[in-house]
Ligand binder design. Sequence first.
Ligand SMILES: Cc1ncc(COP(=O)(O)O)c(C=O)c1O
Length: 450
Amino acid sequence: MSETVNQSILPYTAKINEDNHLEIGGCDTVELVERYGTPLIVYDEDSIRKCCSQYKNAFSSYDKTKVLFAGKAFMTKTICHIVQEEGLGIDVVSGGEIYTALKSSFKMENLYFNGNNKTLDELELALDSGIGRITVDNFMELAILDNIAKYHGKTVKILLRITPGIECHTHEYIQTGHLDSKFGFDLTQLDEAIELIKDEYTNLELVGLHAHIGSQIFETQVYHDLVGIMAEQFAYIKDKFDIELEEMNIGGGLGIRYTEGDDPPSIYQISEVIVNSLKENIKKYSINEPILIVEPGRSLVSASGVTLYTSGSYKQVPEGRKYVAVDGGMADNPRPSMYQADYKAMVANKAGNDPEEVVTIAGRFCESGDILIKDVKLPTVDPGDIVCLLSTGAYNYSMASNYNRVPRPACVLVHKGQSDVIIERETYENIISLDRIPKRLTSKTLEGSM
Ligand SMILES: Cc1ncc(COP(=O)(O)O)c(C=O)c1O
């Protein structure tokens, strides 16, 4: 079976052009830097669209599948447009993500709201905007949501998030399906939750179960097992409560290839395991065919994005490492310092040159831990060269901060030689725009200066 976008380190349209520069979406990255500056996150539209259609094709053997994009990976108005055009829904986890979808004219019935501590305002916004589903995470949220729904005279379709007790081999911070997790109901708590929904929370309609077992997952067996556990719960709930659940949401999590050492399954391989397990378990437990929902985030957008930095100062430790510092780092890409994530790099203006030296790419932020890649073999990196980190389309911009009051990068979308800004570069003015000085301090300053 052919490679899918999540198995590629480079965007689908990437190539080295006649100027020895990295080109993406028909755009020379060096020209992009001249035009937009650095750090710059470049998204290849073709890769995003191709990945959406790979997901849809891969699951076409089970025609009751819905694919949602997990917006937390990279939520912008443009992405909402693209995924809507490709026929996907979106999984959101905050009022800000709901608002982004609303403002991009996304069909709200295709929005699914997750999260372990949704605020009252966020739940109100969700209800007001006519959101498709809310996945309820805990007992307190059940009570609150029912209250709000009653107040609005609405019945809300909900899923219950469960912790299925599956441990997958990924970083501890991105594991979520094990029993000792902050997310979801333990299976032993399901009876009580369902009894409450049946007897007291009459403005809630239970339509399904949700689980998400983690992220950057390379194993397929865990998905096979997850579907089995969920089907067993569907059968149990039907038997005990006479409720035929309609929706089985198995979350996201499919891994991607950040470096050559990563070997994620293809979207086709993972879908085959999931669909086969579902078909087997539908028979085994004699349940109705549910709507199968998958929520990929990382695998849908990561490979489509690269980050371009300008290399600045460097330091050669006597008989030690050579550190090459770039004009970004942990504030635009916190993943290496947060969970030791690995990346691959290129020198975009010397894209076809042979690797000549081992360097460590350091960020510009005031933390020793702000290292983007340790010991990577690259062509000689001179000040002013364009260092390109690959597979930075997911959980980079969406996790970015203004640490050290450094403006966040711009994001551009490239397609057939055209580039468009989809998120403007922040300015110093943007950074101070929410600062306020209490009047009593300014008047003191005035007095002091008299
Ligand atoms: C509930 C839920 N669904 C989907 C995702 C997307 O996961 P991934 O980006 O690994 O596909 C996440 C990620 O944390 C999540 O928490």
